[in-house]
Write a protein that binds this ligand. Sequence first.
Ligand code: AMP
Length: 397
Amino acid sequence: MNVLVINCGSSSLKYQLINTDTEEVLAKGLCERIGMDGSVLTHQPAGKDKVTIQAPMPDHKVAVSMVIDSLTDKNYGVVDSLDAIDAVGHRVVHGGESFSEAIKINDEVIEAIKECNDLAPLHNPANLIGIDACQALMPDVPMVAVFDTAFHQTMPVKAYLYGLPYEYYEKYKVRRYGFHGTSHSYVSKRAAEILGKDYNNFKVIVCHLGNGASISAVCNGKCVDTSMGLTPLEGLIMGTRSGDLDPAILEFICKKENISIEEMNTVLNKKSGVLGMSGVSSDFRDLTAARDAGNKRAADTLDTYAYNVAKYIGSYVAAMNGVDAIVFTAGVGENTQSVRKAVSEYFGYLGTEIDDEKNAVRGEEIVISKPGSKVALMVVPTNEELAIARETLALVK
Ligand code: AMP
């Protein structure tokens, strides 16, 4: 079966066509600047040259139709016709409390996703536009929604309630939801498989360190806590997002700088994190290069980042009363060995130590702790698209 995986943003659309029999990616690509001047589609068919198509994409329907044309093109396409697309899996950011697993899309599901728009105003409406565009062009193809929040719905009340008046939870559903769920689910399962452990009898902490970053505690196959909250702003220090703060800082800075709460929100989402702290970049390649060249602020930023990750890990060891494996994934987790090393410096109490030679390996599934370590340290590259394709297959086959 061929599953088209769609990840739709407000002005972008990422796709992969995956053969679920072989789990091979037949093609992948990205539409950028949808609804703006200079729209461009980059299409990468497996084993062939990348194609860049510059053409107006006034809306997502046009973008999806260009994706279909690229996938079926006689020169750079990978399938003969639209009939070869058997199902579509849509990444949907927020499923609120309505969805604890992926679901086949129908009118009722779309209404329930709309009801979560308030909780993810930047993401969910864009996801719905992508669903609508695909349904218009592929009316007979089954579609599945895979939610970023679903995996975390197993969290107990004590992990998701905030210390706020309870009425805000009742009236507005203000609680911790968590994100990157597809990644946390995929990586935690892979870690158990790699170690030959029973997933249902396994304590694992997954550190998804990308531009957005979150940590989860997965105990016996269920997420019991995660660092992102109502929105993906809470938790770790990220590329450009602040993560946890004293909430009183917001009013303090708004008054000092004479900025609105909306402007402050932009600062917290786009100008903070390691970018704002270092003044160098949100990219860890630039940051580590700056530190190695003697930039003290970059060094302090990287130290703070690692300390922050280590503190979260410590709290999740406590939450699960132990841990069998700690896994690094996503852009930074998979590629930046100095971050893994710096975080692991805090693991003495766990009786585990990083093996520097193994830690030098990049982007593959590997155990990076020394033999005899009580807790396995690992790198497991995430694959959210494959996880979405698998969940889609499970619901439509
Ligand atoms: P993600 O959001 O998972 O795509 O991660 C993006 C981030 O990963 C980038 O901003 C970089 O900081 C980091 N990253 C990606 N590739 C590398 C690399 N080869 N070496 C170091 N860091 C990397």
